[in-house]
Design a protein around this ligand. Structure first.
Ligand SMILES: NC(=O)c1ccc[n+]([C@@H]2O[C@H](COP(=O)([O-])OP(=O)(O)OC[C@H]3O[C@@H](n4cnc5c(N)ncnc54)[C@H](OP(=O)(O)O)[C@@H]3O)[C@@H](O)[C@H]2O)c1
Length: 304
């Protein structure tokens, strides 16, 4: 049986839909979530057998993982207890005799010098998996362009014709949430074949990334998708929150968004793609311009 955790979440839901699309028999798949009742009442979520699985309640995990052969372990949100939640999940997978775990990490998580706040929990989880004896595949995702929409930043950049940041020429290999979910579904179901490196058995680490783009190129993609010129404006790290709030980004989001600018500049989100992502997907990833074009109405909302 195949199982996906976190299926009430945005990524987990997409991954579950992908797994179902790639699996002949629905009964071979089980959806795991903290709140099966809420998930079951969600009209947007695939209708599939659902079990209660809360990493904060290890007592739920033995029954949740009973009979599960391959598990997609979806990382939880950034929080002080995130690693402990992941450890409970990995320990439960070992105890339940799961044969293979697919884990959703972030690019360059394995580098102990990685200063990106997001990275440390992922590195510890990867190390835990490596020491667990569980055959596993780590999928290291680059940044979802959805993050640019969440903060309102992309829409406001279009409205003002300006994308301020401190990233300079730093590149980010944006890859959509949908593409990462499809890659995970293909790896979980064995559809990605050798591209997933399953044959390696003990542990395989793969980057799932798009081509690295500077903020000038992000601005150009916004312009191309919306038909409105947008240019990148370089500001100092200290000035990023002020420049973003001046556009209309709420202050807490503006402060958070600027957090990664030094790391973008230093290249922590710029990873070479040797074709692995295309092989995992079985097609080319969606481009940033393609993503923005699909969200054109949202990007132009409020623009006169
Ligand atoms: N690559 C990127 O740019 C990027 C950006 C943001 C986040 N991420 C990572 O991707 C993950 C999924 O993102 P998303 O947008 O789908 O987030 P989301 O909609 O906020 O979902 C959060 C996920 O965490 C799960 N979760 C939280 N606490 C849990 C617990 N105690 N036990 C089991 N599962 C728990 C939730 O599962 P249930 O609600 O179903 O129980 C849900 O799947 C995030 O948690 C984060 O690690 C990546």
């Amino acid at each position: 049986m195949l199982a996906v955790t976190g299926t009430a979440g945005r990524f987990g839901r997409l991954a579950l839909a992908g797994v179902l699309a790639l699996t002949a028999r629905r009964t071979d798949v089980v959806a795991l979530t903290r709140d099966p009742a809420r998930a079951g009442a969600d009209p947007g979520r695939p209708d599939v057998p659902t079990r209660h699985a809360d990493f904060a309640r290890p007592d739920t995990l033995a029954s949740a993982l009973a009979g599960v052969r391959r598990l997609l372990l979806v990382s939880t949100e950034r929080s002080p207890r995130r690693f402990h939640l992941h450890r409970a999940a990995v320990e439960a997978a070992v105890a339940a005799g799961v044969e293979h775990v697919v884990y959703t990490s972030v690019v360059r998580a394995g580098d102990p010098g990685n200063p990106v706040p997001e990275a440390a929990d992922h590195r510890r989880t990867e190390e835990l998996l490596a020491g667990s004896g569980l055959p596993h595949t780590v999928l290291r995702f680059n940044v979802w362009p959805q993050m640019l929409l969440l903060s309102g930043l992309a829409r406001l950049a279009v409205a003002h014709g300006e994308l301020p940041s401190g990233a300079a020429g730093g590149r980010v290999g944006y890859i959509t949430r949908e593409d990462t979910a499809w890659a995970a579904a293909r790896v979980l179901t064995g559809t990605a074949g050798d591209a997933a490196g399953d044959a390696a058995g003990a542990g395989t680490v793969l980057d799932v990334t798009g081509p690295g783009l500077t903020d000038a190129e992000v601005a150009a993609a916004l312009g191309e998708a919306t038909g409105r010129p947008v240019r990148h404006r370089q500001v100092t790290d200290a000035d990023v929150p002020g420049a973003l709030t001046a556009l209309g980004v709420p202050a807490p989001l503006a402060a958070g968004w600027g957090e990664n600018d030094p790391f973008r500049r230093q290249g922590w989100f710029d990873v070479p793609d040797d074709g692995t992502t295309r092989r995992l997907l079985g097609r080319a990833p969606v481009t940033l311009t393609g993503f923005f074009t699909a969200h054109r109405a949202e990007l132009l909302a409020g623009t006169r």
